[in-house]
Unconditional design. Structure first.
Length: 288
């Protein structure tokens, strides 16, 4: 099973492409997301072809902090994934529909272990102002984030907020222009483990670039991160993690190559039919 973050891992906005080569040498790009009638996210055409092949070789599970609505704007190449993880693990989609039992189990755990979302929002209202905060947002009634002007954000605000939130069962991270406040039990890794259980996966591969991906990468058997992002900025690593030199959209392409190579190695060493790795109920060949 392959559980991968999307934004700035497999797909990239125009601002995140990092096309450092001469224009004539730039890769051909495929738009995979449109928002308000404008293209928003891209992959290279080679990455799109790699992803389409990967989808026939393994159970590919998009694993994102995006809300369900934001995720559903994305049109990935190949067959639509059977499973997707949205809202940082708050929702598991099965054939595009949210799994109610999973979501209710998440809500129960958040109610038991964390301060309510309303308390976090009240802190935002009391301690921020329009001189450096552009937007307040709530995602799926599960977590909150701010869109900020980083250069104008008070120097000690993030540290004070992080300490205050930690005492209430929440984590805080600054990623690009967004400050996220996420309940500690709301993790991509928990949802990934549940999907892996349902698939009967005996190998889990993962990739991600942000601090909210760290638990996902730690929970996988093998993992990759690109040469950009919050994890790269903090030199975050793990024993089973490969750090790529590539940055921007080129990193997304290389991650997909690494996924396919790891799946091929596993299939070869385990001698498991491709149909079983892909979750299809194909019969084993007759020994005779």
């Amino acid at each position: 099973m392959v559980a991968s973050d999307l934004d700035r891992t497999l797909i990239y906005s125009s601002a995140a492409l990092a096309l450092g080569m001469p224009d004539a040498q730039a890769p051909r790009l495929l738009s995979v997301e449109v928002h308000e009638s404008k293209p928003l996210s891209y992959m290279t055409e080679d990455a799109a072809a790699l992803l389409e092949r990967l989808g026939s070789e393994a159970v590919f599970v998009p694993t994102t902090t995006r809300t369900r609505k934001q995720y559903q704007r994305i049109q990935l190449p190949g067959t639509a994934p059977k499973y997707a993880i949205c809202a940082n693990g708050g929702h598991i989609l099965v054939d595009g529909a949210a799994d109610r039992d999973w979501h209710e189990s998440v809500l129960r755990r958040l109610a038991d272990e964390c301060a309510p979302l309303a308390e976090i929002r009240a802190y935002f209202t009391a301690t921020t102002d329009l001189s450096w905060v552009r937007k307040h947002r709530v995602a799926e009634d599960l977590f909150a984030y701010l869109v900020v002007e980083r250069e104008r954000m008070p120097e000690d605000w993030l540290k004070r907020f992080g300490e205050w939130a930690a005492d209430r069962g929440w984590t805080v991270s600054l990623q690009g222009r967004k400050v996220y406040a996420v309940p500690k039990p709301l993790t991509k890794s928990a949802a990934m483990r549940e999907v892996a259980r349902r698939c009967g996966a005996d190998l889990v591969l993962a990739a991600g670039d942000s601090l909210l991906d760290a638990d996902l990468l730690l929970a996988a058997d093998r993992a990759w991160r690109p040469g950009h992002g919050e994890l790269a900025d903090t030199a975050w690593t793990a024993a089973h993690l490969d750090v790529l030199a590539e940055r921007g959209v080129a990193a997304g392409e290389e991650i997909l190559r690494r996924f396919r190579a790891a799946v091929a190695d596993h299939r070869s060493s385990a001698a498991i039919p491709a149909q079983l790795l892909n979750g299809s109920p194909a019969a084993l060949p007759d020994p005779a």
